[in-house]
Design a binder for this molecule. Structure first.
Ligand SMILES: *Cc1c(COP(=O)(O)O)cnc(C)c1O
Length: 358
């Protein structure tokens, strides 16, 4: 056999059929494609942070349970006292931990679609079936379809991104609660954008045995650290913790995130600036006739326009990188997604956009 034939024989068909998650190289473009926070820590805090890192023992393994960081997360993020907290190398790793733990033969992972693509991808990596349930035209939950799909598939876990990515909307809270109540398995409310939505299911954890709340620090200004966290009952998290790789949170992340969360007021101020910038950007987009912008509770805005892929390419020519969702098709045909940034970057984006539409 040639090497290629060995690979074909050995690698699972589902994996060979995948294309690797494509992250474009931004070069020196204005980066408005990945929901990063454009703001940095003030210089005096950077000095203090570097002093903390100076004490890191790089020759030692990190604290396997990251106790100090967890305690600081509890304080800063108001995790209820009777709930546990599990950390992941980004919330992507937490999605993987949950699906691996629930990957019994015949298990189904479910999510409304379009949504965060990693739910489907990680289910595929773990050899678990995935059922996507289309959202309605306005991206709200199609409850009759959800009820039917839950009954049919009996999903081991349902992921609900709240607010949803890439659409930006918050699903109706009563609908989410109905899903939690009727689900035969676990429901993960993914609150990656909680600092821009200012709502949460964290205070409802005690009400529902099958609810866990997942978050990340990525969208709030710390994407480079790779840190996600899951809050939920000790019964669930004890099981998930068995699947977690030891030392999954490295020492630089533990120290840096703890330091950043001691100054969570800085992150909160940045989030407030971005929320204000979101309204301004939304208003400007609404003033453009050719554009249909969708309401957003997150730090990005999805909008629809004719010839979206051409406009995306034209923006790229002008060194502005946003996300083209047109190739995804379905409900996202002719849709682009832009990350809300500083007033300056938002203005540069709008200027370029208008020139592309002219
Ligand atoms: C960005 C995003 C994540 C991934 O976050 P990381 O912690 O950076 O892995 C999870 N869920 C949703 C809905 C997201 O948009």
């Amino acid at each position: 056999m040639t090497d290629n034939a060995y690979i074909k024989k050995l690698v699972r068909d589902e994996i060979r059929a995948l294309s690797a998650y494509h992250v474009p190289n931004p070069g020196n473009a204005t980066k408005l494609d990945a929901m990063e926070n454009p703001y940095q820590f003030p210089p005096e805090l950077v000095e203090q942070w570097l002093a903390v890192l100076n004490g890191a023992d790089l020759n030692r393994y990190p604290d396997p349970s990251a106790q100090a960081l967890k305690q600081q997360l509890r304080n800063a993020m108001h995790i209820p006292d009777n709930m546990d907290c599990l950390l992941g190398n980004g919330s992507d790793e937490i999605i993987q931990i949950i699906i691996m733990a629930l990957a019994k033969s015949g298990a189904v992972v479910m999510a409304p679609e379009p949504t965060f693509v990693m739910y489907r991808m990680i289910a595929t990596f773990c050899n678990v079936a995935y059922a996507g349930v289309p959202l309605q035209g306005d991206f709200s939950l199609d409850m009759p379809a959800m009820r039917k799909a839950i009954k049919q598939h009996q999903p081991a876990v349902i992921f609900l991104a709240w607010p949803n990515n890439p659409t930006g909307n918050l699903f109706d809270e009563a609908d989410v609660i109905e899903i939690i109540k009727s689900a035969p398995g676990l429901v993960v409310v993914d609150e990656a954008y909680t600092s821009f939505a200012e709502v949460s299911f964290m205070d409802k954890l005690a009400d529902y045995q099958n609810l866990v709340v997942m978050r990340t620090v990525s969208k709030s200004g710390l994407a480079g650290l790779r840190l996600g966290y899951l809050a939920g009952s000790p019964e669930w998290l004890n099981e998930f913790d068995k699947v977690r790789m030891p030392y999954n949170i490295n020492i630089l992340t533990q120290l840096s995130a703890k330091f950043a969360l001691e100054h969570v007021d800085v992150l909160d101020e940045q989030a407030a600036k971005l929320r204000a910038a979101r309204s301004d950007l939304m208003q400007s987009l609404n003033e453009i006739n050719a554009i249909d912008a969708f309401d957003s509770a997150a730090n990005f805005i999805l909008f629809r326009l004719d010839n979206a892929s051409d406009v995306f390419a034209c923006l790229k020519q002008q060194n502005i990188l946003i996300k083209n969702l047109d190739p995804v098709g379905g409900a996202l045909v002719n849709c682009l997604r832009v990350t809300v940034s500083t007033p300056e970057e938002n203005k540069a984006f709008l200027l370029a956009l208008k020139s592309c539409l002219a």
